[in-house]
Design a protein around this ligand. Sequence first.
Ligand code: ADP
Ligand code: MG
Length: 417
Amino acid sequence: MAKASEIKNEDSIEIVEAYYCTECKRNHTKGKIYKEHLQFAKIENDGEEITEDDELELNKDDYSEQEEIDLAEEIEDTDLEEDIEFEEDDDFDIGEKILNDDVQNCVEAVKKLPGVGEATLKKLIKAGFNSLESIAYTPPSIIQEESGLGDKTTVRLIKASMEKLNIGFKSAEDVWEHRKNIARISTGSQELDDLLGGGLETGCVTEFFGEFRTGKTQIMHQLCVNVQLSREKGGLEGNALYIDTEGTFRPERIIQMSEALDLDHKKVLKNIVFGRAYNSDHQILLIKEAANLIKERNIKVIVVDSLIGHFRSEYIGRGTLANRQQLINSHLHDLLRLADIHPELGIVVTNQVQSKPDVFYGNPLQATGGNVVAHGSTIRIYLRKGKGEQRVAKMVDAPHLPEGEAVFSITENGISD
Ligand code: ADP
Ligand code: MG
């Protein structure tokens, strides 16, 4: 089945009546329909409404059995272990032991939910739902889809998890208790920290966007080092998870930055869990898997460099835009959910800018991903080049932070004023 973007114009036919196309997942009121989509089109007012089942039935033909097998294999292939080296820690210390106990406690809590037997537990854990929080905060459809559990079971599990966690209405005092855990990670530049209200805020998603070579990747590297610092020095004594979609992660830079801070670079490298995402599916999967690593590996910052690149190159053309935006939206929500569950986790993403030549005033550069990304990220910083090694960061629509600009530098030692 060709993607809409691959179908030539001559292949489409004029259609007068409104129809619902399950391939495009929307109603077309006028215009052309792709011949190859015709089988999916349901003419409106023909007395029949499209139900979800119909849609499934119609979509069935989309995948041949072989394709399904390929897909399954691909998922196996993308197993995290391939990208992330889990070294057996030679200096396994008490701290780590406590953390592992922590994960164990979370799993125990899930196990204690009513009706959770070995089989259900296995499915939940395999799909990444290894804590009450991860179950309570995920929409039922997603849990169902990923774990393969039935809808009634899913709803019951969510309800029970919410009860155990006291979710529902709560006092402002409880909200305050949660907000109290929100922390900051220093970027290495006092000015940039000030712009951010004291460093990268945890418990939300921050986006750095800008043109090529404006320092996005450098800031990501620096945050992975700085998060490991003590709290007095601007860190969170935690580890980092780095998802690299562009192949620009450089351990050499981590070593340089560590040495500038008098840190043992071997330890610093060891504390960065690295995943290379080769395509958008892989990227989505890595973030889903990340949910399991946060407690296990004491992750305090997650980096996605860059967020949109793969989606942009894989979904080209108008016909695929809606689909692409939907995927980006759901990926971003995975990230926002992680931020919600873990108030002490910083999530930072980068975004390319796209030149929009049809804009004659204002800044013609716009972050890619459109509105979806603009509304999904909570804090957005626009980067541009200054003189020499200087870069300028500008806060873009952050409701609780003052507008302003910060100038910082990129040197061999990393990010500084
Ligand atoms: P982006 O991700 O926004 O495309 P980068 O974060 O890769 O940009 O930033 C690239 C810039 O960082 C380079 O132009 C250079 O100025 C600076 N840079 C990278 N490595 C070093 C280094 N070792 N020493 C000094 N500056 C560096
Ligand atoms: Mg980069």
